[in-house]
Design a protein. Structure first.
Length: 211
């Protein structure tokens, strides 16, 4: 058991409150938490799938193992993979290694910005800012079991790294298909004004104007 994020897809409304709360709490100048929208067929007739994602603090952190400056460390108290900005040299190796695109390069600071579980809040007994700021409960923070690939969407990358993330909901089922309105255009066409069953109605229109 380790702590991590739980995401319930059906509750996410893409409000991006989690991303805003993260940036405000940590004064990040780059967005380290993002809400992605996925639609495999790029079709308007298929509902969109939202995913709030940041660093998943993997059991096998390739960001840490690929860092030449040893700027990453694992915090056993919070189960977080934490970046030390004072050691970061801005080489971007971690951004290339991470399949979740979690480390974000800050061109102004020339260092990496990354989720760290708001570990200072955890020490005070509070949840990370992103989960506290989620108005629908789609994103939460709790003890999670080992990552279950069967719960994750088919397109979710990096599951072999054992990310500290759990999905709730039928992520792998085929999305509900909504019949496009274009299929009903013929039925929805209205008859021209002044015609009804082939009989002229102009006398009724003229009568209405002269009332």
């Amino acid at each position: 058991m380790k702590r991590g994020f739980v995401f319930e897809q059906s509750l996410c409304v893409n409000c991006k409150a989690c991303s805003a709360a993260c940036s405000l709490e940590n004064s990040f100048t780059v967005k380290v938490r993002n809400v992605l929208t996925y639609n495999h067929e790029l079709s308007v007739s298929v509902p969109l799938t939202n995913l709030s994602i940041a660093c998943n603090h993997c059991e096998i952190p390739v960001c840490m193992t690929g860092c030449p400056a040893s700027a990453y460390r694992f915090d056993p108290l919070s189960d977080a993979v934490i970046l030390d900005e004072t050691k970061c040299i801005g080489c971007k190796y971690c951004t290339w290694n991470c399949p979740f695109d979690a480390p974000k390069y800050d061109p102004d600071k020339r260092v990496i910005g990354k989720c760290h579980f708001c570990y200072s809040r955890l020490e005070e007994g509070f949840e990370p800012a992103c989960t506290s700021g989620c108005p629908t409960g789609a994103l939460s923070f709790t003890d999670v079991v080992e990552f279950n690939q069967q719960e994750a969407p088919d397109w979710f990358p990096g599951y072999e790294l054992s990310p500290a993330l759990r999905f709730i909901g039928s992520s792998n089922t085929i999305p509900l298909r909504i019949v496009p309105a274009s299929l009903f255009r013929n039925e929805m066409k209205q008859e021209p004004v002044g015609k009804k069953n082939g009989i002229s109605e102009w006398s009724l229109i003229l009568f209405s104007f002269f009332l």
